[in-house]
Design a protein around this ligand. Structure first.
Ligand SMILES: [Zn+2]
Length: 336
């Protein structure tokens, strides 16, 4: 039995011929197993979807209840038989409900990790390393230049700026699924008790996180109540990254544009996006996390997908570990 008999890359995504299902398919398929709710992994229109309850709720919130012909709940750690394959979901530490998908058949075990990180995140379960023959890893930040700083230090930078500029509103660009809630939760853990204002597009998913047991403290819509700009002096406003330098931002008093993203490690990117306060906060593993995870799991073979595949493949080769890039398309690296 070759690994490709269990899982193989196809134009629609990873496919398991023994179980006739796809993992995170990029086009509509009969049966989809979904690792997490980000839109490039979780798309609408499949015949059936198997995912964690949180991921199913995120998909229903984004696409409506009819997002798939049918939906089935995957219980973390519980194994289900699909065709001739045994499938088990394990936590991935990426966003609420995110999971790695283990596919085992005829003595061969492959883990498709989806997106993952190893840093602490108070809004989701931590990544669990799973022994396997083939580990499929993401490679969003798979270059040695990407070494994310401690998340609490980045939150500290935001709090220091708030203390230094009490008359300015801090507009924090953050992706609406995962990053926004993690940022808010970390601010709460750091002692920020004041209301946090949300751009309208952030509200639904923040409420969903709260309903799933992740309390976020007092939240309020970022609409101007009295019309006076001073309303938001010293406030934290969370919005989509695309809004921080747009017309929408001008309603706030002398706004400080911030962006919470792993890409903020690249100064050029911060400059291009007119970001005054870059916050390096990532929901993806950095170079050290990727290499430490491969070393810890110690699979016989590593498959590398979405991102900078070649550097990680080379790192494996230098250590005598078989590795190959999957070259799958349809997964966006910007959604971070
Ligand atoms: Zn993701």
């Amino acid at each position: 039995m070759r690994p490709e008999d269990v899982l193989l890359p196809t134009p629609a995504g990873l496919y398991c011929p023994l179980g006739r299902f796809h993992i995170d398919p990029t086009r509509p398929v009969d049966r989809a197993l979904i690792t997490h709710g980000h839109s490039d992994h979780a798309r609408a229109g499949h015949g059936s979807v198997l995912a964690t309850p949180e991921t199913l709720r995120i998909m229903a919130s984004r696409y409506g209840e009819g997002f798939a012909g049918s939906a089935e709940v995957a219980k973390l750690g519980g194994t289900v038989r699909i065709g001739e394959a045994d499938v088990t979901f394990h936590p991935a530490g990426h966003v609420l409900g995110s999971a790695q998908i283990e596919v085992a058949a005829k003595g061969l075990r492959i883990v498709a990790s989806g997106d993952y990180k190893r840093r602490a995140d108070p809004t989701c379960r931590p990544f669990e390393p799973v022994r396997c023959h083939v580990f499929i890893t993401e490679a969003t930040f798979a270059l040695p230049v990407f070494r994310h700083p401690e998340p609490t230090a980045e939150i500290g930078k935001l709090l220091a700026s708030l203390a230094q500029f009490p008359e300015r509103a801090h507009l924090v660009g953050a992706y609406s699924l995962g990053k926004a809630q993690r940022l808010i939760k970390m601010l709460r853990e750091a002692g920020w008790e004041r209301p946090i204002y949300l751009h309208g597009s952030m509200e639904k998913l923040c409420r969903l996180y709260e309903a799933e047991g992740v309390p976020l403290g007092p939240l309020a819509p970022a609409t101007v109540a009295t019309g006076a700009k001073g309303d938001f002096a010293g406030a934290v406003v969370v919005c989509p990254p695309s809004e921080i330098a747009e017309r929408w931002a001008r309603r706030f008093p002398d706004p400080v544009p911030c962006f919470a993203s792993g890409w903020m490690r690249i100064r050029q990117r911060a400059k291009q996006a007119n970001v005054e306060l870059p916050l390096i906060l990532s929901d993806h593993a950095d170079w050290d996390e990727l290499t430490a995870t491969i070393a810890e799991i110690d699979p016989e073979e590593v498959w590398v997908t979405h991102g900078r595949e070649e550097a990680l493949v080379r790192w494996c080769a230098l250590r005598g570990k078989a590795a190959r890039p999957l070259h799958m398309v349809g997964y966006e690296e910007e959604a971070e």
